[in-house]
Design a protein around this ligand. Structure first.
Ligand SMILES: Cc1cc2nc3c(=O)[nH]c(=O)nc-3n(C[C@H](O)[C@H](O)[C@H](O)COP(=O)(O)OP(=O)(O)OC[C@H]3O[C@@H](n4cnc5c(N)ncnc54)[C@H](O)[C@@H]3O)c2cc1C
Length: 264
C-alpha cells in the first residue's frame, strides 16, 4: 500500500473542495470495497477523504411518499431501521442479506452505489424502486446512474449524499448468493410502484438492468404464471468460474418468480 494523506472533513462542501484540488484523491466511507483495493495496490490515491465525520450523511428520514437514506448509513442500520421496515420492508431485508455482519456494520449505501459493483445488491433496489441519487450538486434518477462495469454517472469530485426511495405498493428481493462473499450470482427485485411494475436484475451482467418483457407481463397480472414463458437471453449475460451465462439466465427466471411470489 502506498502512502497517502488522510483528511476528515466536517461538511460535504469541505469534502468536495478537498477532492477538487487533488486529482488523485478518493473518498472513503465504510472502506469495505476501497480498502481491499488499496491493499492490493489496485488503487493508489494520494489522499483519502473520509466522510465519517459528516453527521448529516448518517440520517434516515421519511417524507410523505419516500424514504431518504443518507449516504453514510450502514447496511446494518438500514436492515434494523423501523422506518424502512414499515414502509419498504423489501429494502430492509435486502440490506440484511449483504455480506456478513462486519461488512454490514462498516459498509454504507453511498459507498455501495458509488462503487457500482455488478454483483452488489442495492443497485437492484434503486432501479426497481425508481430511486433518485442525490449528490452535492444534483439529483440523478437510478435509470441514468449505473452506466457500466464499476461505472456511474458521478463526476470524479461528486459526492453521493443520499438515496431517495419512493414507497412502493409492494416489493420483494430474492437473490442466489455466492456461498462465501454473499454477493449476488443473480439478484432480482420486483416492485409494484406508482408508475407500474419494475423488475431489476443484479449480478447477471456488467451492470444492473431492467427486464421490460417481465415488467409488461407483470403490469397486467402480478403472478408468477405471468412471467413463466419469459427468459433473458444468455448471450446478454456474464459467464465466469462461478456460473455460466446460461445458468445465470435460468437463475434470473427463478429469482424473478420467487420475488413475485414474495410480493403477494
Ligand atoms: C467480504 C465482503 C463481502 C461483501 N458482500 C457483499 C454483498 O453480498 N452484497 C453487496 O452489495 N456488497 C457486498 N460487499 C460490498 C460492501 O457492501 C461494501 O460496503 C460496498 O460495496 C462499499 O461501501 P463502503 O461504504 O464500504 O465504500 P468504500 O469502500 O469506502 O468506497 C467504495 C468506493 O465508493 C467511493 N465512495 C464512497 N462513498 C462515496 C460517496 N458518498 N459518494 C461518492 N463516492 C463514494 C469510494 O471513493 C470508493 O471508490 C462485500 C464486501 C466484502 C469485503
Amino acid at each position: 500500500m502506498k502512502d497517502f494523506t488522510f483528511h476528515r472533513p466536517r461538511a460535504v462542501a469541505e469534502a468536495v473542495a478537498l477532492l477538487k484540488g487533488r486529482a488523485e484523491a478518493k473518498l472513503l466511507s465504510g472502506g469495505q470495497s476501497l480498502l481491499p483495493l488499496l491493499k492490493l495496490d489496485l488503487a493508489e490515491p494520494t489522499d483519502l477523504v473520509s466522510l465519517a465525520g459528516i453527521g448529516e450523511l448518517k440520517q434516515i428520514r421519511v417524507e410523505s411518499d419516500r424514504v431518504v437514506i443518507g449516504a453514510l448509513v450502514s447496511h446494518d442500520a438500514v436492515n434494523r431501521s423501523p422506518e424502512v421496515a414499515a414502509r419498504i420492508p423489501a429494502l430492509a431485508e435486502l440490506a440484511g442479506l449483504i455480506g456478513d455482519a462486519q461488512v454490514r456494520n462498516r459498509g454504507t449505501i453511498g459507498g455501495s452505489v458509488a462503487h457500482a459493483d455488478p454483483a452488489a445488491d442495492y443497485p437492484a433496489a434503486l432501479l426497481a424502486l425508481g430511486a433518485t441519487i442525490a449528490t452535492d450538486r444534483r439529483k440523478i434518477p437510478a435509470d441514468q446512474f449505473f452506466t457500466g462495469l464499476f461505472e456511474t454517472a458521478l463526476a470524479r469530485d461528486e459526492i453521493v449524499t443520499a438515496v431517495h426511495f419512493p414507497i412502493p405498493k409492494r416489493a420483494a428481493y430474492r437473490k442466489f448468493a455466492h456461498r462465501a462473499s454473499k454477493y449476488a450470482l443473480v439478484g432480482v427485485m420486483v416492485a409494484q410502484t406508482a408508475n407500474g411494475v419494475r423488475v431489476a436484475v443484479t449480478g447477471a451482467a456488467s451492470k444492473v438492468f431492467r427486464v421490460a418483457a417481465m415488467e409488461a407481463a407483470l403490469g397486467k397480472k402480478l403472478t408468477a404464471e405471468a412471467i413463466a414463458g419469459i427468459a433473458v437471453p444468455a448471450a446478454d449475460l456474464s459467464g465466469d468460474a462461478e456460473a455460466s451465462a446460461e445458468y445465470r439466465a435460468h437463475l434470473v427466471s427463478v429469482m424473478a418468480k420467487r420475488a413475485v411470489l414474495a410480493c403477494a
